[in-house]
Design a protein around this ligand. Structure first.
Ligand SMILES: [Zn+2]
Length: 459
């Protein structure tokens, strides 16, 4: 019997901070090294020492390029990690853009000064990070060490996202990373796991909830666009740079070019989202078949009549002079930073403004305050009265809901011996764990932070 240990260094009873240490094979490795994120981009708990010695880790596997899965890689390298970093090529490219953005924010933030983050989040460390980074394609067999192989499956969560399927003596154990809310407008569906899966460590962000409004999300977006055109208003969309931006551009592209919505100026006012969109063009072979067909037929799927990108600050400021109606998409998605705040300061007091909330808003964020119906907000120490209409489009979540997560287990239920439920809050993880147990009579575990789990494999 081969015994290995998984330590939940981050991501147990928490949506963010994914970080799992695997010991017991010839090589010691990590899966993900993410930031803990609450109402801030990075919570102060991130700057404690790692609970393991980064110098003794041989490989870091990265499931996908969201900051709660990659954001602490610079700290790992700063603290002495010298092993390999492995991901899909798309994840590496997106991670570079996301980490460069993080450097520009954390390196100069308030807590940045307090915790000397400028020494960790800088160009020199990023250079070291990407010198260690190697890529492996989906379904390309990778030998981790003697007896242990790896194959990446498409998780359908964001571009490049992968489930890691490790195999030891024909027994598979899986780290899901985050799992996509398939069908996505752009991405392929989450792939079915191999039928020899013995153990799974899975996410559970929505373990206790289903996405009610997935089927009508496109209709809501269309209605809000049409209403804004009719009232000759300003539609302000606080946007998440990675995936949500590209999904929205794809859907607006379809609506405008298909004649469902009249041509209207749409400005993407986010240098980060513009850079991420460029990476999407590079990896168009990873899109789902219907989107690839659109591209083959000659459509530029993210660009349409009336669309404009603004990179420089002066271009951003000039958006104000554009006549109504207009649509402004700007980061950040929860209005916690970025250019969208400047637009909100300018436009929230106008009654012909609509703010379209596009995803989960963390308590304490400006987006959440607006969503909760505040009549006045403070932006850059100035009071701004809110006369704008606040709309929310739900169902664009990038995560599987409770039913979707349960369905992941169906094809592997015969061989599965243990489901470890992580990357969710207590109620979500325990609910999903109970559902899996009840439906398939499989042993489940909701680990505590830093818990060590022993897994056994037949030799
Ligand atoms: Zn994610």
């Amino acid at each position: 019997m081969k015994k290995i240990t998984i330590t939940c260094a981050g991501g147990a009873l928490s949506v963010t901070g994914s970080n799992f240490l695997v010991e017991g094979f010839d090589k010691t490795f990590l899966v993900d090294c993410g930031l803990e994120q609450g109402s801030q981009m990075a919570e102060e708990t991130n700057w404690q020492p790692f609970s393991y010695n980064p110098q003794e880790v041989d490989i870091l596997f990265v499931t996908h390029a969201h900051l709660d899965h990659i954001g602490k890689i610079p700290k790992l390298v700063f603290d002495g990690f010298q092993g390999k970093i492995i991901s899909t090529p798309a994840t590496r490219d997106i991670a570079r853009v996301m980490l460069e953005d993080t450097v520009s924010i954390l390196g100069s933030s308030e807590s940045g000064k307090e915790f000397n983050l400028d020494k960790i989040y800088n160009e020199k460390i990023l250079h070291k990070v990407f010198a260690l980074w190697e890529t492996v394609d989906y379904h390309e067999k990778y030998t981790v060490c003697s007896g242990l192989s790896l194959e990446m499956y498409d998780a359908g969560h964001i571009l490049g996202s992968a489930m890691f399927v490790f195999e030891y003596n024909k027994q598979a154990f899986v780290f899901t990373g985050d799992l996509g809310n398939s069908p996505s407008p752009l991405l392929r569906d989450t792939e079915t796991l191999p039928s020899n899966t013995k153990y799974i460590l899975m996410e559970s962000v929505y373990g206790d909830r289903n996405h009610e409004e997935r089927s009508i999300r496109r209709d809501v977006l269309k209605r809000v666009l049409l209403e804004n055109i009719e009232r000759e208003g300003i539609l302000l969309v606080p946007i998440f740079s990675l995936e949500r931006t590209q999904e929205f551009l794809y859907e607006i592209n379809e609506m405008v070019e298909g004649g469902e919505v009249p041509r209207v100026p749409v400005v993407l006012d986010s240098p980060l989202a513009i850079r991420v969109t460029e990476i999407f063009y590079k990896y168009k072979h990873l899109f789902k078949e219907s989107v690839k067909k659109d591209i083959q037929e000659g459509d530029d799927i993210f660009k349409f009549p009336g669309f404009k990108e603004t990179i420089h600050t002066r271009e951003s400021k000039a958006i104000d002079k554009m006549p109504n109606p207009k649509v402004i998409m700007a980061g950040s998605g929860m209005s916690t930073g970025g250019r969208v705040i400047h637009h909100e300061k300018k436009y929230l007091s106008h009654p012909n403004t609509t703010v379209l909330i596009t995803g989960f808003q963390t308590p304490g964020s400006l987006g959440r305050v607006l969503q909760d119906g505040a009549k006045e907000v403070t932006i850059f120490e100035e009071k701004v009265s809110v006369h704008a209409k606040i709309e929310t489009v739900r169902g664009y979540s990038g995560h599987k809901d409770s039913d979707g997560l349960l369905q992941m287990i169906e094809p592997i239920a015969d061989t599965l011996e243990l489901a470890i439920v992580c990357m969710g809050e207590l109620s979500a993880s325990t609910h999903l764990s109970q559902r899996i147990h009840d439906a398939y009579d499989i042993k489940t575990l909701v680990p505590q932070p830093d818990q060590k789990i022993v897994l056994q494999f037949d030799e």
